[in-house]
Design a protein around this ligand. Structure first.
Ligand code: ZN
Length: 159
């Protein structure tokens, strides 16, 4: 296994499985963010007192100033906006999907960062950059991004 590969065309392949267990911890900011998502259906941002950025996902330090973010986090209100999107026709296993899925980067005015999530209740042809969207909350919430079922177009008067 530790042989130096000097002839890449003759590399050996060994079939088998490697048992790897992985535990992802949310960290201080992630735990606070996901608890608010699960328990209060709120999206939180952490403000930086130095550069005034509002960070999403929230962080305990501003990655630009290295300043500790404010203890009081803000709740996002109003719609998000589609900053970018793509239409999926295959699953991650490269199997054809029964219907295309739309995945978007959703941002909010005055917020640095955003969320990548599915768009629903809309056809791919109707999606556009800058389109206002709002979260649709899942009935059963577990403290994960899936606590938002998807984002859907926001009504025109929701801004
Ligand atoms: Zn900052």
């Amino acid at each position: 296994m530790l042989n130096k590969i000097s002839q890449p065309g003759r590399a050996r392949q060994v079939a088998g499985e490697i048992p790897i267990h992985h535990r992802y911890t949310l960290g201080v900011a992630g735990e606070r963010f996901f608890k608010a998502l699960r328990d209060e259906r709120r999206l939180l941002v952490s403000p930086c007192p130095r550069c005034q950025a509002r960070l999403l996902p929230p962080k305990i330090y501003c990655e630009r100033c290295f300043e500790e973010t404010a203890a009081e986090w803000e709740t996002l209100t109003g719609p998000g906006y589609v900053r970018s999107f793509t239409v999926l026709h295959q699953s991650l296993d490269e199997e054809p999907l029964a219907a295309p899925e739309i995945v978007a980067l959703v941002g909010w005015a005055g917020v640095r960062g955003g969320l990548i999530h599915r768009l629903g209740d809309v056809t791919p042809a109707a999606v556009s950059i800058g389109m206002a969207v709002q979260p649709v909350w899942a009935e059963a919430r577990t403290g994960a991004m899936s606590d938002i079922s998807h984002f859907r177009p926001a009504p025109p008067d929701s801004a």
